[in-house]
Design a protein around this ligand. Structure first.
Ligand code: SAH
Length: 353
């Protein structure tokens, strides 16, 4: 039995707002949606899953995002910073384990000047010229983004969080704006980065119309990567009593993204794995093709607490490559050692490499 809406989305990579609303709100399309998303990901990427070694190098943050456990106002958060040497030793360990992308993520921490970030990026690229370096360090000036790019950074992750300015202002303090976040994304794209945007699913006050606005913004931006995951509460934030995002809606949005952006790199995120023990595998089966396990030193992991109960050890960790490979295999896919750059055109895949 074919599902008309799903087939239309697969074919046109687009639907009207009211059609999208039906798909987002009505679970009866889910089976067809997931199946189509998996078929499309296999057409474009085969059974490959790209691995990214995630290095959470600072838990200090000058921002006060209402949802995030690292917000400056959280006086209970334990803060840490990794030195350049510590970051390089994470890369060394990661390289030996087969990782070919390192993602440096952190709070917005002014301690790391542009000179320091450039120095760190340059050192990683000198030692591991076959690896991609991804930065995810928040909103900066265009000049700063240009400097990191010149130093060798290949990619930048900056979720837009929500495309609707009114919704954005309910999630962030007054000194932050949706306009500036979007300006950053456009700058990054113009400079030449492979860019990742994205949003939380089920963030406080989010409506279906907000989700549709997110999809429309992504259609405009055409990012290479799109990161989404359920909102999860953190006990030391103003949103501690808000409901979290569901597995069901997160997987549905992932599958919709795969059909709208067949070429995209879509991570099956840690947040998905946090709300359900099989979340990451289910994410892969709903169109995800990237996993970003944690390469940070074990001693600091608990401190990078953006939400409660974040997974930080065991089989989800980058250090256990074989555990990860088994889990990916059990879901029906294959972990590859490869930079995993975006495939922008064509749909032929070489599944041999
Ligand atoms: N400071 C960087 C990195 C932020 S952490 C930046 O601003 O881009 C990466 C992502 O985690 C955020 O973009 C946000 O979408 C997500 N996140 C933060 N708090 C969360 C929460 N409570 N639940 C789920 N996801 C959260």
């Amino acid at each position: 039995m074919t599902d008309q809406l799903v087939e239309k989305l697969r074919k046109d990579r687009d639907l009207s707002d009211s059609e999208l609303k039906a798909l987002i709100e009505d679970p009866s399309h889910d089976a067809a949606l997931t199946q189509a998303a998996d078929e499309v990901r296999r057409q474009w990427y085969g059974d490959k899953v790209y691995l990214r070694g995630l290095i959470e190098f600072t838990s200090y943050c000058r921002n006060d995002c209402l949802y995030c456990g690292l917000r400056a106002g959280n006086k209970h958060a334990e803060r840490y910073r990794l030195s350049k040497d510590e970051i390089l030793s994470c890369c060394k360990e990661g390289y030996a384990l087969g990782y070919r992308t390192f993602v440096l993520q952190g709070g917005e921490d002014p301690y790391y000047t542009d000179d320091m970030i450039c120095d760190i990026v340059r050192s990683i690229k000198e030692k591991y010229p076959d690896c991609a370096v991804t930065l995810s360090i928040g909103e900066k000036s265009r000049k700063s983004y240009e400097r990191y790019y010149e130093a060798g950074a290949d990619r930048y992750l900056l979720r837009h969080e929500t495309a609707d300015p009114a919704h954005y202002s309910k999630l962030h303090p007054q000194n932050m704006s949706s306009e500036n976040r979007k300006r950053c994304l456009w700058d990054l794209k113009e400079i030449g980065y492979q860019v990742g945007a994205g949003f939380m699913v089920g963030s406080p006050y989010q409506t279906t119309d907000n989700l549709i606005a997110d999809l429309r913004f992504l259609q405009e931006l055409q990012p290479d990567m799109i990161g989404i995951g359920p909102f999860i509460t953190h006990q030391d934030t103003p949103f501690r009593d808000m409901p979290g995002g569901t597995l069901e809606l997160s997987l549905r949005m992932l599958a919709i993204l795969r059909l709208m952006f067949p070429y995209a790199l879509l991570p099956s995120t840690t947040a998905l794995g946090t709300i359900d023990p099989s979340g990451r595998e289910l994410g892969l089966q709903s169109g995800g093709n990237v996993v970003m396990p944690n390469l940070s030193p074990v001693k600091v992991r608990e401190k990078y607490a953006i939400y409660d109960n974040k997974i930080c050890t065991g089989e989800e960790s980058a250090q256990c490559r074989s555990c990860l490979e088994m889990r990916i295999k059990s879901a029906g896919y294959r972990a590859v050692t490869d930079r995993g750059d975006v495939k922008r055109s064509g749909s032929a895949v070489n599944t041999e490499d």
